[in-house]
Design a binder for this molecule. Structure first.
Ligand code: SF4
Length: 199
């Protein structure tokens, strides 16, 4: 990719870049590009991404194989909901649904369904959990009942013991004293404050 295009992408910001990448380039070119080479936001770096195998069984084998080499593991659960979406954000986020109160339960049920499936498929065999972290998004956008359901079910399902550190990313404007009390009761011992600047 030439420097003009790279500069254009920088000028247009992340949303402009998303559009340009979608419009102009294939996934492989976008992955290899240096368009945001000086902007390190997530790890592993985008340039380390690889296409996933299209065959699902092959993908499963790859993942199990890579996990087999480990004994300790951290579990990350992504809660993508935010009160407002910030313009600069390049994470996978979506606004808190307003049409229906049951969105939190539906999302948690799907997370748990996936956790069940992964456990039953052998992904977590012989792993010892060291940390559990809820990130987003704004995980505390989830109603407290759903947070409780999620954590207590994950603990039982994946044998997450009391000595495992559990942490959460909090959007302060969504915190309530009921929520903080519940988080303490559920064993959360680490919080990361995540301020929402949607403007
Ligand atoms: S609050 Fe955080 S995660 Fe949500 S849209 Fe803004 S920057 Fe992204």
């Amino acid at each position: 990719m030439g420097p003009e295009i790279s500069n254009t992408l920088k000028r247009k910001g992340i949303n402009g870049m998303r559009r340009l990448v979608t419009d102009m380039f294939s996934l492989d070119v976008a992955i290899k590009s240096e368009a945001i080479g000086d902007y390190v936001y997530t790890y592993p770096l985008r340039q380390a991404y690889r296409r996933l195998p299209l065959n699902f069984e092959e993908l499963k084998r790859h993942i199990i194989q890579s996990i087999k080499a480990r004994t300790n593991a951290s579990l990350y659960v992504h809660i993508p909901f935010c009160k407002q979406i910030c313009r600069f954000c390049n994470l996978y986020t979506t606004p808190v649904p307003t049409m229906d109160d049951s969105w939190g339960r539906h999302y948690v049920e799907r997370i748990l369904r996936e956790a069940h499936w992964m456990r039953d498929s052998g992904f977590f065999n012989n792993l010892k959990w060291t940390t559990l972290y809820l990130g987003g998004g704004s995980p505390n956008a989830l109603p407290v009942a759903e947070l409780e359901f999620l954590i207590s079910t994950l603990r039982d399902l994946l044998d997450i013991t009391d000595d495992v550190e559990i942490g959460i990313e909090l959007a302060p404007e969504l915190c309530t004293s009921e929520q903080l009390t519940l988080l303490r009761k559920l064993g959360f011992s680490r919080i990361a404050i995540h301020e929402n600047r949607a403007g």
